[in-house]
Design a protein around this ligand. Structure first.
Ligand code: SAM
Length: 213
């Protein structure tokens, strides 16, 4: 993600605390109260400028969505989208996914979305990949029993690595597409990166995996 310096971003995120939840560790175990209902909660890790999460929230009003993004200058784009066209079922966290288990109780989350995660191609950076086993441990700690990870990328190397990582972890492969945009998959909501890469003719890979417990 190309970063533009936006010195105003931090203040804007703080001022809109009905959408960008501050001190999310205080909400651990209480996210249904934050949304004011008992609907399932899905999170997107590395949500970027929020095209996917806001599109999903509009398309699925009976699911609650939380976008988690590290960079304040990026997530502020997601906030701007929400302010332009608000939905009651979407919130944002300007946080590092390494901390996910401090924000969510076991079983609070029904699904994790990973879209166009940074590939970190060098072997010595493997631990930073969002599909590395320590991340799979973190997702397991907050997901419901038999919770799912839905993953899209344009990066063949990261996709192959991730399928191997999921398999070694013992996750069940429920869906795989090696060319999403030329498949019969319905209801795809594109992300910013997906739009950019598919416009250049790159194929999009997608998988759904499920924890066995
Ligand atoms: N998902 C968006 C899309 O498909 O358009 C953005 C993709 S971008 C390549 C990856 C995003 O993940 C970046 O905005 C980056 O800051 C974020 N990210 C990477 N590691 C993260 C982490 N540990 N916690 C939260 N966000 C992270």
């Amino acid at each position: 993600m190309r970063l533009r310096n936006k010195p105003w971003a931090k203040d804007m995120l703080r001022e809109n605390d009905q959408y960008v939840i501050q001190d999310p560790e205080l909400q651990k175990g209480k996210w249904n109260e934050v949304f004011g209902n008992n609907n399932p909660i899905h999170i997107e890790v590395g949500t970027g400028k929020g095209k996917f999460i806001t599109g999903m929230a509009k398309a699925n009003p009976s699911i609650n969505y939380i976008g988690v993004e590290l960079q304040d200058s990026v997530i502020v784009g997601a906030l701007e989208r929400i302010l332009e066209d608000p939905s009651p079922n979407v919130k944002l966290l300007n946080q590092n996914a390494e901390e996910l288990t401090t924000f969510f109780e076991q079983g609070e989350i029904s699904r994790v979305y990973l879209n166009f995660s940074d590939p970190w191609p060098k072997n010595r950076h493997e631990k930073r990949r969002l599909t590395y086993k320590t991340y799979l441990d973190r997702y397991k700690e907050l997901l419901i029993k038999n919770g799912e990870i839905h993953f899209k990328t344009d990066n063949q190397g990261l996709f192959e690595y991730s399928l191997k990582s999921f398999s070694e972890y013992g996750l069940l492969l429920k869906f795989v597409s090696l060319d999403l945009h030329n498949s019969d998959f319905e209801g795809n909501i594109m992300t910013e990166y997906e739009e950019k890469f598919s416009a250049k003719g790159q194929r999009i890979y997608r998988s759904e995996v499920q924890y066995r417990s």
